[in-house]
Write a protein that binds this ligand. Sequence first.
Ligand code: FAD
Ligand code: PYC
Length: 418
Amino acid sequence: MPGQNYSLWSLFKHGLNHHKTWEPAWTRASLKPSYDVVIVGGGGHGLATAYYLAKNHKVGRIAVLEKGYLGGGNTARNTTIVRSNYLWDEAALLYEHGMKLWEGLSEDLNFNVMFSQRGVFNLGHTLQDMRDIERRVAANHLQGVDAHVLTAAEVKEKIPQLDTGRSRRLPVLGASWQPRAGIAHHDAVARGFARAASRLGVDLIENCEVLGFDIEGGRVKGLQTSQGPVKADRVGCVAAGHSSVLAAMAGVRLPLESHPLQAFVSESMQRVIDTVIMSNAVHGYLSQSDKGELVIGAGIDSYLGYGQRGSPHVIDHTAAAILELFPQFSRVRMNRQWGGIVDVSPDACPIISKTPVQGLFFNCGWGTGGFKATPGSGHVFAHTIAHDAPHPLAAPFALDRFSNGHLIDEHGAAAVAH
Ligand code: FAD
Ligand code: PYC
């Protein structure tokens, strides 16, 4: 545990007493009657929002209400790819803001979030793929985001295990490469933010489901929860796949669809892949965890739903895609599969916004790609709540874009998961 004595004797002692003397990473608080700000949803984004509200905006009485356990939603279920190579300025600048925070996050939280900048490759398999890649990389250069176009030979040099044979159904013609991109550890990110927020006095309340909002004269006044009522005149909702359910409780309609998104991991093996590889066209992606598991995923299940599962044919499709890229993995055994519920917006971009209810804010719509934004999302959302006005980087992501037509179409850069 961070801040603990790591001597062999102390580890032995803790082992014998079943860790009973270990200091908990965060304090388990009980719900108070009122708060200055309540955050609904104890995933990475909600915890990060609470942390930055306390740290940067000196908001005093903050609670995070989580219906399950902290970090047990999509934060626990995602494949942890972090990158900022989006197409449009608004999105690239938002994700790059997150990337810069990632680069100092372990130090800021004094907790190792295991951010590993091992690079991300987005493969191109057709002439049109390569044109899209060239366009996106050129945009990234203008936005100050690191990005390169690689030829098939350059890709093969960097990923010798990848089958780049010209006889493949969809041969690799090249790739975009973001060297500063990579992965982080999902649980460490949730725990790091939870621990840091708790130390700043944030009440973290688990097993506390929000069941309704108290709204008077168009203003939020409080919430009804499974642990009783609580008063607050500022409420930030960060509930990923359940955002539209929450919004409906306040009479707000969000343009979101909730879909299952699956992933799976293999048995552990020696290190064979030291980067992240994504292919939109073959439709699969893969990295290798620090434990040696291949971490694999592809696209959403097309139906809407809230069951955190997914259908077998998507697993079949994903495995086939990975074998097309890496035929040598045909005998690797898969260990575990799971699903999360992702909140997909019409332009594949998040909604970070005030709502028609005064004091009620939503941060959602990150769909298949919000883990990479965890610190950036929390940072700009905390500003938005604290100032009752959008952070400049969040302003383009307000709800009104769906009525004024200023959509930011990132279906391409949202990549394989769509
Ligand atoms: P969550 O972690 O889901 O937190 C929301 C919390 O709200 C949950 O804990 C939930 O229990 C709680 N909640 C909901 N309703 C209520 C209520 N009524 N009361 C109280 N609490 C409530 N993104 C990437 O950038 N890179 C990836 O590689 C990637 N891979 C993915 C792979 C999969 C299989 C999945 C499912 C997602 C992936 N994502 C990825 C997307 C990413 O996981 C999410 O965008 C991100 O984790 C959302 O974080 P969050 O904190 O908003 O959501
Ligand atoms: O946004 O990079 C991403 C991603 C990969 C897999 C799921 N989302």
